[in-house]
Design a protein around this ligand. Structure first.
Ligand SMILES: Cc1cc2nc3c(=O)[nH]c(=O)nc-3n(C[C@H](O)[C@H](O)[C@H](O)COP(=O)(O)OP(=O)(O)OC[C@H]3O[C@@H](n4cnc5c(N)ncnc54)[C@H](O)[C@@H]3O)c2cc1C
Length: 363
């Protein structure tokens, strides 16, 4: 008999997990408090990379996640993904050489580019960028669009999507999860996956499952559309930026946004947008840039910065909450679906289990 699975949250992580479950024979219902991709996934920078990592194990997970996106992209060729590569000059000299050495040693494609290569690839970039790393395997996802594409693919296979439906609790029968309670009534299921981003913690608390979360607001400045000047992700010492398909240049207001540890935005949104635009102008001196909008979202960052994935609480309940969810999304879909349907634990997820917080006495 087909297993009935409720996926709480229709962001990128929920969409990816739900699609894989539906394709592999489950009956999936997505239950979403707002609209699909209305939280972090619709306001993300969307950079897919393993150049940022917390340790080697985390790097290998991210590299495998890039491979998982290629697998999914082959299955759904119209996904809004681009393997554009990344040009990075945020560090220089010995530091740059050390990073290149470390990445190469881990088998990650990386090249050192001199001024001539940089000027050839990015003629509009400031001429004082002399030395950079080129990371050809990296890419971007228009994460909101991709989320909706994955949901549509799952719906085509028979999944159901309920929007505007907030889950307020989980129901349990005989030590096993039996569904969820929503504002509009109960829903039954054999398994429940919490892919609710920053909303997961509150749903787990009554079950005594600890999920410490950091408070990490993120903001992205978007310029008015300009003629195409960039065709890859750019990483400067004070700013990351890229151009989207409509010509807008996107830049998180925090430089090195993946490791940003501020728990508050340090200025009003319009000031942040203006400041980001000025920093961007320094790197693209001949492009007339004006900011058009700024998007804000809370980033779902677990207490130790690492993903939290796997079974927890009563039997039949799993959680999947993480930052860098755009990078990790396709792989999380594969791994969580496999664990739920086969009951076999994946080695990839061993370091990222929710139980590590209970062991540490976190709350
Ligand atoms: C500014 C910014 C820049 C980022 N840049 C990158 C990047 O470059 N690369 C990268 O890999 N990652 C990046 N991220 C992180 C990435 O976007 C997130 O990790 C990813 O989108 C998380 O997806 P999710 O589905 O887990 O969460 P979300 O997209 O937040 O979705 C969770 C969903 O659950 C729903 N929900 C919550 N509670 C309930 C409830 N009780 N009942 C029903 N539904 C509920 C919410 O409404 C929401 O739609 C960035 C994030 C931000 C904000």
């Amino acid at each position: 008999m087909r297993q009935k699975v409720i996926v709480v949250g229709a962001g990128l992580i929920g969409a990816s997990i739900g699609l894989q479950l539906q394709r592999q024979g489950a009956d999936v219902t997505f239950v979403e408090a707002g609209l699909p991709a209305s939280a972090a996934s619709g306001r993300s920078f969307g950079w897919i990379n393993a150049g940022f990592y917390l340790d080697q194990t985390h790097h290998h997970l991210r590299a495998e996640a890039m491979a998982a996106w290629h697998r999914l992209h082959r299955m759904l060729p119209k996904l809004a993904l681009e393997w554009c590569g990344c040009l990075s000059w945020d560090i220089s000299g010995d530091e740059l050489e050390a990073r290149q050495g470390e990445l190469s040693q881990m088998g990650y494609p990386v090249e050192r580019w001199d001024r001539a290569r940089i000027a050839d690839a990015a003629p509009m970039l400031a001429s004082d960028v002399q030395d950079a790393l080129w990371l050809p395997g990296e890419g971007v996802a228009e994460a909101g669009v991709v989320t909706r594409q994955l949901l549509r693919a799952a719906q085509t296979e028979g999944a159901q999507l309920m929007t505007g439906t907030r889950v307020v609790g989980l129901s349990e029968t005989g030590g096993r999860v039996s569904g969820v309670t929503t504002q509009s009534g109960p829903l039954q299921a054999d398994n429940v996956i919490l892919a609710a981003g920053t909303g997961a913690r509150a749903l787990l608390a009554p079950l005594d499952v600890a999920l410490p979360m950091l408070t990490r607001p993120g903001a992205i400045m978007q310029s008015r559309p300009v003629a195409r000047v960039l065709d890859r992700v750019m990483v400067s010492p004070d700013l990351e930026f890229r151009q989207d398909g409509e010509g807008r240049i996107l830049a998180p207001t925090a430089g090195a946004h993946q490791s940003d540890d501020s728990d508050m935005l340090d200025a009003a949104p319009d000031e942040l947008a203006h400041d980001t635009m000025m920093r961007l102008q320094r790197w693209l001196p001949d492009v007339e840039i004006s900011w058009e909008r700024i998007t804000l979202a809370m980033r779902p960052v677990p207490g130790d910065g690492r993903p939290v994935v796997g079974p927890c609480g009563p039997a039949g309940l799993s959680v999947a909450v993480m930052h860098s969810g755009v990078t990790l999304g396709a792989l999380m879909g594969e791994l969580v679906a496999q664990e739920v349907l086969s009951g076999e634990a994946s080695d990839w997820l061993t370091p990222y289990r929710p139980q590590r917080f209970a062991a540490a006495g976190a709350n």
